[in-house]
Design a protein. Structure first.
Length: 221
């Protein structure tokens, strides 16, 4: 019979009411639905350019409520995914600052919905300024969340390969996010026509990471 302390270490997983399977399904469904909404709403607005226009502008169109709901839904699914991931990677552990960092993009997406953009005619409101600040924060939080997950995975022998993958995605997202910020604040004017493309790549890499890790979680569940 296994020693009691060894068995209890595996019998007290963290994550509260979020199971590994729930987190896995959230990680698989979230990015897929989010990107489908982006594609459909972009095609529904003839003046919208995927390469030039930011994602948040879709919330201003005739079907803007769909994009707003997508922000909230994806944000909540990220929270569920990260809770399930922690439960699988570090069973028995408690939430720490690094885990809060991992879920921060989910909270930021909800904030984007609560404080929508209003960049029309160069006039900004308070909620538009808050929206800008959240977008800038997300450029840092997206790669940081992947790197934070890598730190949690590294001590677990079953997840070390995914820790290296998470680090690679985090570093690649850092590069894309830096290009996005340089274009966004006007320090790299030549890249500004590609602002929408940079933003999508900066979102796409963590979304790909989430899908890959979620599939692994689903197999474990």
């Amino acid at each position: 019979m296994a020693p009691t302390h060894v068995r209890s270490a595996h019998a007290r997983p963290s994550g509260g009411v979020i199971s590994i399977r729930t987190g896995a399904l959230a990680g698989i469904v979230g990015p897929a639905v989010f990107w489908c909404v982006l594609l459909l709403l972009g095609r529904a607005q003839p003046a919208y350019s995927v390469a030039r226009s930011e994602i948040s502008l879709l919330a201003l169109g005739p079907y803007g409520w769909v994009q707003t709901a997508s922000f909230i839904g994806f944000g909540l699914l990220i929270l569920a995914f990260q809770a399930g991931l922690l439960r699988a990677v570090a069973p028995g552990s408690t939430w720490r600052p690094i885990n809060i960092l991992a879920i921060s993009p989910g909270l930021a997406l909800v904030a984007l919905a609560v404080f929508p953009t209003d960049r029309t005619g160069g006039i900004w409101t308070i909620h538009g300024e808050i929206h800008l600040g959240v977008v800038g924060a997300m450029a840092i939080l997206l790669p940081a969340s992947c790197l934070a997950a890598a730190q949690e995975m590294a001590p677990n022998s079953a997840w070390r390969g995914y820790a290296r993958f998470s680090t690679l995605i985090g570093l690649a997202t850092c590069v894309c996010a830096a290009a996005l910020l340089l274009a966004w604040i006007g320090w790299w004017p030549a890249s500004h026509p590609w602002l929408g493309l940079f933003e999508r790549v900066a979102f796409a890499l963590p979304s790909l990471w989430m899908e890959v890790v979620a599939i692994r979680l689903l197999r474990l569940s």
